[in-house]
Design a protein around this ligand. Structure first.
Ligand code: RB5
Length: 145
């Protein structure tokens, strides 16, 4: 059975999201949470809606995109239980899982080329949380809100 992953973008991330889905759907059960065209939308609304689905257990990993990735990561991190990491390279993607147990990977649709974005996603999905002292710290994150 294919691993289920959610993906969401605003209009600024739509083009890259579409390219990523073409590739990702070969290996994963990709749950596309929109948007479905380049009409301007508000990233807090679309990203917030996908984050609620992640928190309700519809998927265990979510990829979120906006133009820079900044708005999407700020929005996602408003939710208790969300650990969203804006990553521009494979190393930060790897560490965001190992140390931060990031459950949302945020990408800048107007920043990343498709091939690098795919490498970042693959690294993130293939990496596991190390737990231990990092578990204590992620619990402390939830205690902040
Ligand atoms: C939309 O133009 C753009 O502001 C949005 O995609 C994102 O980059 C916000 O942080």
């Amino acid at each position: 059975m294919k691993e289920k992953i959610g993906i969401v973008s605003d209009h600024g991330g739509f083009e890259l999201k579409s390219k990523l889905i073409e590739y990702l759907q070969i290996k994963y059960d990709v749950q596309d949470q929109g948007v479905f065209n380049e009409t301007s939308v508000d990233y807090p609304v679309v990203v917030g809606s996908a984050c609620k689905k992640l928190l309700s257990g519809e998927f265990s990993n979510l990829i979120a995109l906006c133009g820079t990735g900044i708005g999407a990561s700020i929005a996602a991190n408003r939710f208790k239980g969300i650990r969203a990491a804006l990553c521009h390279d494979e190393f930060t993607a790897e560490m965001s899982k190992k140390h931060n147990n990031a459950n949302v990977l945020v990408l800048g649709g107007r920043i990343l080329a498709k091939d690098l974005a795919i490498r970042i996603i693959e690294k993130w999905l293939a990496t596991s949380f190390e737990g231990g002292r990092h578990e204590r710290r992620t619990k402390q994150l939830d205690a902040l809100s």
